[in-house]
Design a protein around this ligand. Structure first.
Ligand code: ADP
Length: 263
């Protein structure tokens, strides 16, 4: 009897080990598929700005050879593509740091008033076809954080708000207080996000199925990086959205106690 019980245990153990092996294999295949998809998307995204950039440079060269003035608009268009490439490469570098747990913060008191005001003013000049409004509370809310990284979060949310509201439209930024937290919101009236995909939005490489493939492409890394930055500040980031109606992104961050904020 003892021998049979042992061999039964042995079989159960083997079956379990077999199942674990099959699951690991499945996970490894999925990881390879995600990596391959990512490489295809990354190569496409990195290549896309190069075509208009080369065209603008060739036209500039032609004008210079003919001793004609180079229109400033051409230089601006070329620069816009360089900015796009830089942003993509920065996202790739940051995402690698997040993955390795190497994205470090330098903390100091940060005024969310200033942050929101600066971001709105920058985006008004970047995208004049969108109407940016900024609603700030009377009290100056401060958090202990990395100003550049928090600016990066807000800029990413604003960039998405314009990227996914392709026809223009209103983008509203608010800063408010909820108990011991400051809450930043960015609201747009753009394409919205399918409900069943909202929970996956902050995953690495995730792009919703309604995200445009061409024109306003992306790597699906921005929100992944934002979540890491916000969580490193002991905060939360979440979204409310309705397909075809628009989205609201919320970021809540612990407030700096008033005494520390005064110092
Ligand atoms: P990217 O914009 O480069 O694809 P993000 O990580 O910033 O990467 O966003 C992930 C996905 O979330 C986007 O591909 C898009 O599907 C969706 N998304 C983000 N912001 C918005 C928004 N404001 N409106 C609609 N969809 C959005």
């Amino acid at each position: 009897i003892t021998g049979r019980v042992w061999s039964f245990r042995d079989i159960t153990e083997r079956v379990r080990a077999g199942r674990v092996q099959a699951r690991l294999l499945e996970e490894a295949h999925e990881a390879i598929r995600v990596r391959d998809d990512f490489l295809t998307i990354a190569a496409h995204e990195l290549k896309t700005p190069l075509t208009p950039l080369r065209l603008q440079l060739e036209l500039m060269k032609r004008a210079m050879t003919a001793k004609e003035p180079v229109p400033e608009e051409r230089v601006d268009k070329a620069l816009a593509q360089v900015h796009r490439l830089t942003a993509l490469i920065n996202d790739l570098v940051d995402a690698t740091s997040v993955e390795a747990g190497r994205l470090k913060l330098r903390r100091a008191p940060v005024s969310l008033h200033e942050l929101a005001r600066e971001a709105c003013s920058d985006f008004r000049s970047i995208s004049p076809e969108h109407a940016f409004t900024c609603e700030l509370p009377p009290e100056n809310l401060q958090v202990l954080g990395d100003r550049d990284r928090l600016f990066q979060v807000l800029a990413n949310l604003l960039e998405n708000a314009i990227k996914y509201s392709p026809m223009g439209g209103a983008v509203h930024v608010t800063v408010s207080r909820a108990q011991d937290n400051a809450v930043l919101t960015v609201t747009d009236a753009g394409i919205g996000i399918p409900e069943e995909e909202q929970a996956r939005l902050f995953e690495r490489f995730f792009r919703a199925r309604n995200a445009p493939v061409s024109g306003f492409g992306g790597l699906g890394l921005g929100l992944y990086i934002c979540r890491d930055i916000v969580e490193q500040h002991d905060g939360h980031i979440w979204v409310e959205s309705e397909l075809g109606q628009g989205s609201v992104f919320h970021v809540s961050l612990p407030l700096l106690p008033p005494r520390d904020a005064e110092e």
